[in-house]
Design a binder for this molecule. Sequence first.
Ligand SMILES: *Cc1c(COP(=O)(O)O)cnc(C)c1O
Length: 246
Amino acid sequence: MSGGAPEGDRQRRERIAENLRAVRERVATACEKAGRSAQDVTIIAVTKTYPASDVRILAGLGVTDVGENRDQEAAPKAAATADLPLTRHFIGQLQTNKAKSVARYADMVHSVDRERLAAALGARARIEGRELCCLVQVNLDPDSAAGVIGPRGGADPRDVPGLADRIAGEEGLVLGGVMAVAPLGGDPAEAFARLRAVAEDIRARYPQARVVSAGMSGDMEAAIENGATHLRVGTALLGDRGPNVG
Ligand SMILES: *Cc1c(COP(=O)(O)O)cnc(C)c1O
């Protein structure tokens, strides 16, 4: 766990509180513009590269949802903050052999992009006696060829219905909805509009699968405008992570 707080505890808390106010303000403004209720949008604080002490600060400020993208970092941080009443989201690309660990602490896995992973998560969830909410990660990069998982992960939109069926049919898993990362360099609103169409398709068949996880620090307004229910916000809450740390 690198990153973390150069400031003292009190300053760190004040900095995060200020950032959280600003993010909530952005969400409120975007919701108003979109004619939506801010209560229908959950802010997931993405705490990757930041220490467990920041998770504690966030929880103290009323944050209920936290996200991580690497199991090696997420597992010990979840253990160190197990006393906090948090919903834990796993948002990163996931190797099948990590399903065992992630199924122990995650409440929602956003990055299910292939059937083998759904099967592995289901098997582990049953062993743990847990129920894992899973989202189908959708690849919104129009340049990537069918069947090829792009650098940001995700299933080809044409494969999403089959994958949704697989999750819904897997004991131990609950189909929650869809997730995507906007392609680099493109118009996020255009990409999120495509995600919305995929999400509506899934919801027509699985009415309870209402989660649309979209939007990060740089594009949360475009995501809210296009129906996002969950935002994954790191930098805007905790600061720049520096180069090469996802
Ligand atoms: C790191 C990460 C985020 C948060 O990105 P920021 O730009 O720091 O808000 C969101 N989603 C995923 C999948 C990530 O890995």
